[in-house]
Design a protein around this ligand. Structure first.
Ligand SMILES: NC(=O)c1ccc[n+]([C@@H]2O[C@H](COP(=O)([O-])OP(=O)(O)OC[C@H]3O[C@@H](n4cnc5c(N)ncnc54)[C@H](OP(=O)(O)O)[C@@H]3O)[C@@H](O)[C@H]2O)c1
Length: 249
């Protein structure tokens, strides 16, 4: 038995499309209830209806993780409706092309920082404190990217958020190591989803092949999972920094 086969209630942001939807299908097929969170009510409802019709326990929950106030309200509403929830997957994300010398409005840059970096840090700490107080064995997983290790320079803010989130996850895991909360990092390579709009990432690896690989590793209990390009970067980074990490922490 692992956390994926224990019949838990799992909250996943961005669970109605792309990588989040593929994870939702697998996790629900393995017997958990999955609460999918996102901004588009119609998309959430359509996914929940389709998967519920197949006998899976999938519920739609509209929520936006952009601002601190929205995150606090979302945390409060989710824990009121699903007090038994014990898994949070921070998967919501946006990826924007940004010309650093262009006329990108600053608000757009801040929104990308908010959704990709501030939201997972904030939600992770809210849920961690809640579970520790309730003595719940929680799981916090977050989706970073192979671009956490090497930037694609046409998406500079995105890459900075994923590098920042990768770093945060190592600290979170260390701070929670004696608290019975498992901290997981899912590190995709380029995957063929609608992340940059329909057709925007059509060069990525096939979603199902990626999921087959990383889901088996997650079921095995792994804390950090990558695939192909991102797995090579993950291992290289880990080998390069682990000794120093251990010596300063
Ligand atoms: N595809 C890739 O190549 C790739 C590679 C590395 C990492 N990733 C990461 O994988 C994760 C999933 O991306 P994807 O490729 O599956 O693309 P996707 O289909 O566009 O998924 C992104 C999801 O995030 C949700 N979301 C965005 N902003 C939100 C907000 N403010 N509040 C709540 N939900 C929000 C979206 O739903 P709504 O629009 O309805 O809110 C959507 O369901 C992201 O973190 C992404 O950075 C993807």
């Amino acid at each position: 038995m692992t956390w994926l086969t224990e019949g838990r209630t799992v909250i996943i942001t961005g669970g109605a499309s792309g990588i989040g939807l593929a994870l939702t299908r697998r996790i629900a097929q393995d017997g958990s209830k999955v609460v999918i969170v996102g901004r588009r009510q119609q998309v959430l409802d359509a996914v929940a209806a389709e998967l519920s019709a197949k006998g899976l326990k999938v519920e739609a929950f509209r929520g936006d993780v952009t601002t601190p106030a929205e995150r606090v309200a979302l945390f409060s509403d989710l824990t009121t409706k699903y007090p038994e929830a014990s898994v949070l997957i921070n998967n919501a994300g946006v990826m924007k092309r940004v010309d650093l010398l262009g006329d990108e409005p600053w608000e757009s840059v801040v929104t990308e920082l908010d959704i990709n970096l501030h939201a997972p840090i904030h939600l992770s700490t809210l849920f961690a404190k809640y579970w520790i107080a309730k003595k719940v064995a929680g799981v916090i997983a977050s989706t970073t990217s192979g671009l956490a290790f090497v930037p694609l320079t046409i998406t500079p803010v995105y890459c900075a958020t994923k590098a920042g989130l990768h770093s945060f996850i190592w600290s979170l895991r260390r701070q929670l190591q004696s608290k019975n909360i498992k901290v997981i990092e899912i590190i995709p390579p380029a995957v063929d989803t609608d992340l940059m709009g329909p057709g925007g990432l059509s060069y990525g690896v096939n979603l199902e092949e990626f999921l087959n690989d990383i889901y088996a590793k997650l079921k095995n209990g792994d804390d950090e999972v990558g695939y192909q390009f991102s797995e090579n970067l993950r291992v290289g980074y880990r080998n390069a920094v682990l000794e120093t990490f251990e010596s300063i922490n």
